[in-house]
Design a protein around this ligand. Structure first.
Ligand code: HEC
Length: 106
């Protein structure tokens, strides 16, 4: 039971963070698996050769979140990124932004 209440506290903390739109970088890291093939950061070098893919590592979290929301809404038209952002929740976006903003610049 003790472990459970610790978990509940951690969850409450995560929810508070979400309300602040700060995002959870650990969840973001999991979500970011699909992004790495193109936005290769850290030790990933397999950037897709057809595209000039912007670096995300170390980018400002608010900028990253705004970009993803713009793709989702269609304000930014790039088809690949629209397909990526289409199904993201606000939480997914906050978590991804938190992860990439703390990732190494590559
Ligand atoms: C198939 C390749 C591909 C995948 C997979 C991909 N991206 Fe992208 N991404 C691109 C390209 C190409 C652009 C540049 C698009 C443009 O010109 O607007 C881009 C742009 C972006 C931008 C805007 C960057 C800027 O400087 O304005 C963000 C943020 C972004 N991607 C996040 C993600 C996230 C998060 C994921 C994973 C969920 C992801 N991308 C998956 C190819 C990809």
């Amino acid at each position: 039971m003790r472990g459970l209440s610790v978990l509940a506290l951690a969850l409450a903390g995560a929810l508070t963070t979400a309300a602040n739109a700060a995002g959870d970088p650990e969840r973001g890291a999991t979500l970011a698996d699909t992004c790495m093939g193109c936005h290769g950061i850290a030790d990933y070098n397999n950037v897709y050769p057809t595209y000039r893919v912007p670096k995300l590592g170390g980018q400002n979290a608010a900028y990253l979140a705004a970009s993803l929301k713009a793709y989702r809404s269609g304000d930014r038209q790039h088809p690949t990124m629209r397909a990526q952002a289409n199904l993201m929740t606000d939480q997914d976006i906050a978590d991804l932004a938190a992860f990439f903003s703390q990732a190494p610049k590559r």
